[in-house]
Design a protein around this ligand. Structure first.
Ligand SMILES: Cc1ncc(COP(=O)(O)O)c(C=O)c1O
Length: 345
């Protein structure tokens, strides 16, 4: 615990007060278990409508579980997933897809975290060859692990290519709210380019709740069974659902994402003016990636929590959250200016 705001991750943020209030109000006597309760019914209905999800909405505990469940709905044993090298699915899930789904990941290099039809096409050789694993799912992340966003045009081009190629699209939406805020579009417009996606609550103010949104009707029927096998069927489902009800009320999810994104833009603007720092990815969600003078990193990390993303450079990642304030950012930028030997404005 530190009194200074962490720029390490949006997961470092506390839960939103409205989420905690909704959890308390859901804790009111008995309710039938495993999702047969009014909170789950209401949250599921609202999310189904919001996304236009024909195949259903399924709550799970973590983003990793959402990715595993989502992908498992789409694959047969000889089929594979195409994703970027930097995909959370590939780098930060301890091989969950490989072990739990049992699938191979085919990874494409993408310096901005985004797949293109060309990058996907390069992974398609060997289709029809019984010796080779068969690509079936293209997994993208929106917003990406590198803080970038696919534009609607990029999504349209990619999903059109996938459809033509008989590939299904999975969208890791751990930060879908941030992407919708950035693109100023309804989440349904993003979801229209996916067969299955996740809608993250945890990074947006929930305690821990994610939704797997199944757009494609044909894929939804097995989801309840696979969720149970994957140990994600919460007996006290009402508490996962209640968190989403709080985020959906008056579009709290969108206000939270807008605040986080605005604070990332403010941070990027502040540090861009400092010689010795180069913001090296477009700031299109709530992350700022920057090349920083190597000597500054340990000095800054004495006072602020953040991660070095790539030792080469080094490239650091500064993340904001729904509860990051302008003064948190200004204090941090002043700290960076001080380390850089500049007057603190
Ligand atoms: C893009 C992305 N997807 C999925 C996850 C997984 O979330 P969890 O840590 O809840 O499993 C994360 C977490 O940081 C993430 O950044």
């Amino acid at each position: 615990m530190t009194s200074r705001k962490s720029f390490g991750s949006d997961n470092h943020a506390a839960a939103h007060a409205a989420v905690l209030r909704m959890l308390a109000s859901a804790s009111d006597g008995d309710a039938v278990a495993y999702g047969d309760d009014p909170w789950t019914e209401q949250a599921t209905t609202r999310l189904r409508e919001m996304f236009g999800a024909q195949g259903g909405v399924f709550f799970v505990f973590t983003g990793t579980a959402a990715n595993v469940l989502g992908i498992s709905l789409m694959l047969r044993p000889h089929e594979s997933v195409i994703c970027t090298e930097s995909a959370h699915l590939n780098v930060d899930e301890c091989g969950a897809a490989e072990r739990i789904v049992g699938c191979k990941l085919l990874t494409a290099p993408a310096t901005d975290g985004k797949l293109t039809p060309e990058l996907v096409a390069a992974q398609l050789s060997g289709r029809g060859d019984e010796h080779r694993v068969q690509p079936r799912v293209v997994a993208i992340t929106q917003a990406t692990e590198l803080g970038t966003c696919y534009s609607l045009a990029e999504l349209a081009a990619l999903s059109r290519f996938c459809r033509e190629q008989g590939l299904l699209v999975y969208m890791d939406g751990a930060r879908l709210a941030n992407a919708a805020a950035q693109l100023e579009c309804p989440p349904a417009e993003l979801a229209a380019h996916a067969d299955v996606l996740s809608f993250g609550g945890t990074k947006n103010g929930a305690v821990g709740a994610e939704a797997v949104v199944v757009m494609n009707d044909a894929l939804g029927s097995v989801a309840p069974f696979l969720r149970k096998q994957q140990m994600q069927l919460s007996s006290k489902m009402r508490f996962l659902a209640a968190q989403f009800l709080a985020l959906l009320e008056d579009e709290l999810w969108l206000r939270n994402a807008r605040q986080a994104n605005a604070m990332a833009r403010r941070l990027a603007a502040g540090v861009s003016a400092i010689p010795g720092i180069t913001v090296c990815q477009p700031v299109e969600s709530n992350a700022v990636f920057a090349l920083v003078d190597p000597g500054w990193v340990p000095r800054l990390q004495r006072d602020w929590h953040f991660y070095v993303w790539d030792e080469a450079g080094p490239v650091v990642r500064w993340m904001t959250a729904f509860d990051t304030t302008s003064s948190d950012v200004d204090e941090f930028v002043a700290g960076v200016r001080e380390v850089a030997g500049l007057a603190v404005s």
